[in-house]
Design a protein around this ligand. Structure first.
Ligand code: GLC
Length: 556
């Protein structure tokens, strides 16, 4: 047994709060003086080395996660008065638009609507509060010292989780969290009611696997940001977490620690060939497990989950770091793979046929850099780049520090392809022609370089920025934000952009898409005050470390 397992399991048995277990002790932080982040000059004036020193200092310093009141100071227009830092004029516009997207339930704000696009004829479900879409809104509010709405949202979705969920005559797992919900106002009877969608109304009828993970991640962000441990410690939140975990930690026919998923079960919620073991879900799964580990009580019910999480994290990190990782060396190794290897001595464990490696990846792969590929399953490696999964891998420390650096190197080396004129490609490259027909089922919304198929999504800016700060490379984020500032407001905060360089407003993109607005605000606030990173980032767990050679991983 390795060190990680032991260190994790040893704690089982005694009650330990989130503060004790987590990488940084929250309770101690409550009375710690705040790190004084210099605000005299904007980050644009500071050198990169200064900032990376700052970030490193922050990482070693508990104040990174210190509970904050109104720290960031990006309040609706007046913020500049509190800081010498002069915010971009877009910032106040963004706050105004974000506040217009608020959704109220019986007088209390409980979330933000997906898009506030009055010009659009087709509302579809963009008038709902999506769990995944609310995450950047929630972070913006937390960073601005407004945690109430986040708490309301967490409680409201927790309540919805308790509903019986059915598609036709088939009952879904108890722990499933909704993809979205809507508040119905009855002005006559003065009553607000909720309706929720767990996938039973969604196009394609797929349940959102990511919702539960985002919920756990957000609960930790709330706890980190406010220092309020009491919410996560309520029996309701503890049960909610256990129900989500029960869905993904059960044993069955699986031979891999990754989570088997249907196409369309996450941000990419249409058929895009991500079925199997998509990186987005694996990275969120890993992050949610780590967040849950820090919040679960070690009581009679929680203890068993803690043990299962520790074991799963160990296996999952090994699997991901070994088999999903691709760099020049690894690509060359796969290119030279032998096939049909039987037994535990096999190097090519999944029997990937080298002829199935697409041509583009040979040119795309720089000498410096690497990334987690989209999917790995028997005889199938999806070599596409997916931004969200890679950034969440950095934030959760699923990637080793070396791998995190390599992902950032890749971004720099392949800027045009991955960032282009409007940050940020959701996936690269697009699939076209015959492949598009087979993979998407001829989906007219997902034509090449559009929407989920190589479109550019401004919401991803916050994840990029967080990853940049974590890896000490804020200049990358700054460059991307500058691109966004040239267009986003002028274009009316579109949901996505089309084209190889992301130059065109998406064919069917909604305007005033809330997560485009919130994503921008979060990116700006994090750059201004990198200590915000703590609420959405987890430090490396040293005990999870060393990578054994692939042929040595087999055990009876
Ligand atoms: C689209 C996106 C999905 C998002 C929803 C609401 O369906 O694919 O990720 O949650 O719109 O914005």
């Amino acid at each position: 047994m390795d060190g990680f397992k032991e260190s994790g399991l040893m704690k089982v048995g005694s009650y330990s709060s989130m503060a004790e277990l987590d990488d940084l002790d929250l309770s101690r932080l409550l009375d710690k003086p705040k790190l004084n982040i210099e605000r005299q000059r904007s980050f644009d004036e500071r050198s990169m080395s200064e900032l990376s020193i700052n970030v490193r200092a922050l990482e070693n310093y508990d104040s990174m996660c210190s509970p904050r009141g109104f720290r960031s100071g990006f309040d609706t227009p007046a913020s500049s008065a509190r800081n010498s830092f002069e915010p971009h004029p877009m910032v106040s516009e963004a706050w105004e638009a974000l506040r217009k997207s608020l959704v109220y339930f019986r007088g209390q704000p409980v979330g933000t609507i997906a898009a506030n696009d009055h010009g659009s004829e087709e509302v579809l479900n963009y008038d709902q509060v999506f769990v995944r879409d609310f995450v950047p809104s929630a972070l913006a509010f937390l960073m601005n010292g407004e945690p109430e709405i986040v708490k309301n949202f967490l409680l409201k979705t927790l309540y919805l989780q308790g509903w019986e969920k059915k598609v036709d005559r088939f009952k879904l797992g108890e722990g499933v969290m909704p993809a979205s919900f809507k508040v119905l106002h009855d002005p006559g009877r003065k009553i607000d009611t909720l309706i929720a969608d767990f996938g039973e109304s969604a196009i394609g009828r797929v349940a959102p696997v990511d919702s539960g993970f985002w919920w756990i991640i957000l609960l930790r962000a709330y706890t980190k940001s406010t220092g309020d441990l009491s919410l996560a410690e309520t029996p309701e939140c503890q049960k909610g977490m256990r129900l989500i975990l029960a869905l993904c930690l059960s044993e069955g026919f699986d031979t891999f620690p990754t989570l088997l998923c249907a196409d369309g079960c996450s941000m990419i919620d249409r058929r895009m060939g991500i079925y199997g073991y998509p990186i987005e879900i694996q990275a969120l799964f890993f992050m949610a497990l780590r967040c849950a580990l820090s919040m679960l009580k070690h009581d009679a019910e929680g203890k068993e989950f803690v043990e299962r999480i520790v074991k799963r994290l160990h296996a999952l990190s090994y699997h991901m770091r070994s088999y999903f990782w691709l760099d020049f060396q690894q690509l060359n190794d796969i290119y030279r793979y032998k096939t049909e290897e039987y037994s535990h001595t096999a190097v090519n464990k999944f029997n990937v046929i080298p002829d199935s490696i697409p041509d583009w990846v040979f040119d795309f792969m720089p000498n410096r850099g690497g990334y987690f590929i989209g999917n790995v399953s028997p005889a199938r490696m999806d070599f596409r780049w997916f931004a969200l999964g890679n950034f969440v891998a950095i934030l959760s420390s699923l990637s080793t520090p070396e791998q995190s650096m390599a992902i950032m190197d890749l971004l720099e080396e392949r800027w045009e392809e991955l960032v282009g004129e409007m940050p940020l490609k959701i996936t690269y490259p697009a699939i076209e022609n015959h492949e598009w027909r087979i993979v998407t089922g001829c989906d007219p919304k997902n034509t090449r370089w559009s929407y989920h198929n190589g479109g550019s999504w401004p919401v991803l800016l916050w994840l990029l920025t967080a990853a940049c700060i974590k890896t000490g490379r804020p200049q990358i984020a700054r460059r991307a934000i500058e691109h966004a500032e040239n267009r986003l407001l002028k274009d009316g905060w579109p949901e996505y952009y089309d084209g190889k360089l992301g130059r065109y407003i998406g064919k069917q993109a909604r305007k005033f898409q809330t997560w485009s607005i919130a994503g921008y605000l979060v990116a700006k606030m994090m750059l201004e005050d990198p200590s915000h990173l703590g609420m959405i980032s987890l430090e490396e767990d040293k005990a999870m470390k060393p990578l054994i050679k692939r042929s040595a991983s087999w055990t009876c």
